[in-house]
Ligand binder design. Sequence first.
Ligand code: S3P
Length: 165
Amino acid sequence: MKPIYLIGFMGAGKTTIGKELASCLNQEVIDTDEEIVMREKKNINDIFEEHGEEYFRNLETLILDEFDNRAGIVTTGGGIVVKPENRKKLNEKGIVFFLYASPEEIFKRIENDHSRPLLKGDKKRLIQELYEKRMPLYKETAHVVIDTTNKDKAEIIQEITDCLG
Ligand code: S3P
């Protein structure tokens, strides 16, 4: 089986759904953010502060390369689609599910979170701006769009597994 990739904006539920999906399908799961934090032995805020966003994006590419031939589930950081190279890799190597949530819903979910370096400041405005830039990139990369609005975990998992046949 091809790897399954979950993409989507920060707060879309990729990591949570990925873990649940993995146990449902009896597959391994890796999370690109967790992998990066483990390797760098630093949290994401510190990585961005000390090395910048490009360094972080290059680590994401490296991890995608390492995992592209293994079966399993890969959950990704919301910005993985920023690099064209990553979009191509995701789309060609695996089955890509885009977990969609509205910007209002995203704001509600991550209003009190401080772990995301790109949302320091006026969170509502920053979410809106990034959201508009990235929406076409998620759509371009995905094979399937899953609208997570008003759905619980079980419903989202069911939709994904239905698509896998
Ligand atoms: C980012 C999303 C984060 C993390 C980093 C950058 C982004 O992951 O990779 O803070 O650029 O959207 P989550 O989508 O898991 O929050």
